[in-house]
Structures are given as structure tokens and as C-alpha cells.
Ligand binder design. Sequence first.
Ligand code: HEC
Ligand SMILES: [Cu+2]
Length: 349
Amino acid sequence: MDITLRHERGRRRLGALLGVMLAGSVVAACGGDYPQSTLHPTADFGYQVDSLFRTIFWWAVAVFVIVETMLMYVIVKYRERPGSPDPRRIHGSTLLEVAWTLAPAVVLVFIAVPTIRTIMNVTGDAPEDALVIDVVGHQWWWEYRYQDFGVTTATDLHVPQGQPVQLRMTSADVIHSFWVPKIGGKRDVMPGRTTFIAFTPDSVGAYYGQCAEFCGESHAHMRLRLMVDPPDDFDTWVRGQQAAPSEAVTLDADAQRGREAFAAVRTPGNHSCLACHAVEGLAFGALGPNLTHLASRSSIAGGILPMDADALTRWLRDPLTIKPGSLMPDIDLTEDEISTLVAYLLTLR
Ligand code: HEC
Ligand SMILES: [Cu+2]
């Protein structure tokens, strides 16, 4: 064999080896415990989906190994050699054809049975004692209504650890999809229809999620956080949300002026805060998030900004740059109005 050919082969082998190593490390990277990994579930819904995934994965591995082994064997054994005669012609083999029809059919049965069983198990039915929360998808934020407690909030979804929860979901505008990967699968949220997700979260923590159905310009900015609280903390949270915020604190001069700016009627365009937002005891708007306990949340604007003075200031200055297409209009507020409004909003604990 001449030298250049051998070199060429060596290089190809090295390339193939590197390719395999790269593919291996890419696949291995998927297994990490990332905030939105479906491979590390923390609720019964997720465990079922995960176990189905693993079952199918191992079937696929078995099929891959068997098929590739046979393929390699045939390629090597029947490769053309110098001077070898033409291969014998054959036509049809009943045995082979029956075998390669039956074998995949059997594999499909072993995949179909657990798949259908899982689908039946995760339709969203919940036991009697489940905590039912109404979820409303909006362009581009999630609203939650706890009818049992008279609490309405947004973006942060609080649930108690170890208790079955049922989400009763619908949309105020277009089709969205609710997805917290560590809890389980996604489910469409549609206007004029009600869909359900049921789960029992088993570990305390904050889990990220997001809208998983393209719903317009700021679809990528429609995130959420599922807060799984210890039961006692959850009760405390509910009591905090039920209390009227304005009674709880006396407002300083700035916050008082902010409250007035919030309630002021703005013309033209009626971009008054209270036209779109509710604050218990002050405003009843329903187009935007309920702000009654805004300052008790971890994030604002569909989970893309932290809940702090700086983010609130940026948001009030220019919501449309932060969130293109946002239904919160750009209101011509003076810097003074913004700072008093922020002072007021921060009192809404
Ligand atoms: C035309 C309706 C409308 C008006 C008027 C309006 N907002 Fe909004 N606001 C919204 C909508 C819709 C959102 C949600 C935007 C998003 O996340 O996509 C929002 C979000 C917010 C948020 C973030 C809340 C959260 O939980 O994410 C704050 C704070 C806020 N608005 C304050 C104000 C203030 C203060 C005013 C008055 C100066 C005001 N808004 C006027 C519709 C409005
Ligand atoms: Cu959406």
C-alpha cells in the first residue's frame, strides 16, 4: 500500500474517533441536572414520563445494537475481494420476511403498552383533596387564581410540598402551553377550553418553566417559577396574600405620591395603571397582572426580570424594549413619577 493512502486512512480513523468522542460528550452533557432538565423529575407526573422514556430508550438501544452488528458483519464478510466471483442471485425468503415483520411488531407492542398506560395516567385527573389552581395564559405572562383562598397572583406559582395539585388551565387570548420540565410534560392552554395537569411535588425548591407553544412576539419571555414550599410556609404565604397590603403599612411621602400617580387618570389613551391592574382596595383592572402583592414575588414581567427597585424602574421606563410587543404600553412617565411609583409598588408586600 502506498504511503499517502495509508496516511489518508489514518487521518480518517482519527476523524471518526474524534467524532465519536464529540458525540459521546454531547450526549453525556444532556444528563446534567440543569434547571429545566426533564431527566431529573421531582413529581409523580415527571417520574412516569421519565420511566417511559427510559423503557423506550433501552428498546431503541437493543434494536440499534442488533441491527448495526448484523450490518457490520455483512459488510465485512461479503466485501469485494480481488478476483472474487459475482455473488449468487437469490429471490425471496419466506423465513426472513416473516422474521423481520414479526420482530418489529413485537418490539412495538412492548413500547405501545407502557406508552398508552402512561398517557392514561397523566390526563390531569386529581384526587378529591387536590389543591385546584386556575391558570390563565396571557400574552406574555401566567396568571394563577386560588379560588379556595381568594388569591390571584402571577408568574410565581406557589404549591405545598407533598400535596396533590391540579392546574385547571385556560387562555385569555391565543394558544399557550404550560411546561415546568421537572414536574412533567407540557400541556396546551387554549382559549375557550379547559385542560388539566395534576401532580404531587415531592421536593421543596424553585423550578423554572416557560410557555412551550409559540404565542407571539414575546413568547420567549413568557416564563414562570414553580415554588414548592414546605406546607407551613405555604400556609404563611397564603395568609400573606389574603391580607390587604395597604392596611399593613403606612406609606411614606414618596410612596403616598406613587399611590396617587397609580390611581391618576391619564389622558389621552387612558393609560392609567388602574385601568389594567388590580390592587386590592384601590384598582380593579384585569388586563395586566394583579399587583396586590407584587413585592412578594421573585420576578416580574413574565419571569424575565427580578423583582427589585432597579428592574421596576427599567420596566416602567420602557416596557416595550424589555419585552417587544408587550401589552403594557409605553407610558410617558416622568422620572419623578417613576421613582414614586416604584416606592409605592415596593410597599405591596
Ligand atoms: C393597557 C394596560 C396597562 C396599563 C395602562 C399599565 N399596565 Fe402594567 N402591565 C400590563 C400588562 C399586560 C403587563 C404584563 C406584561 C408582560 O409581562 O408581558 C403589565 C405588567 C406590569 C408590571 C409587572 C408585574 C408583573 O407581575 O409582572 C408592573 C409592575 C406594572 N405593569 C406596573 C404598571 C404601572 C405602575 C402602570 C401605570 C403607570 C401600568 N402598569 C399601566 C398592562 C398595563
Ligand atoms: Cu405563551
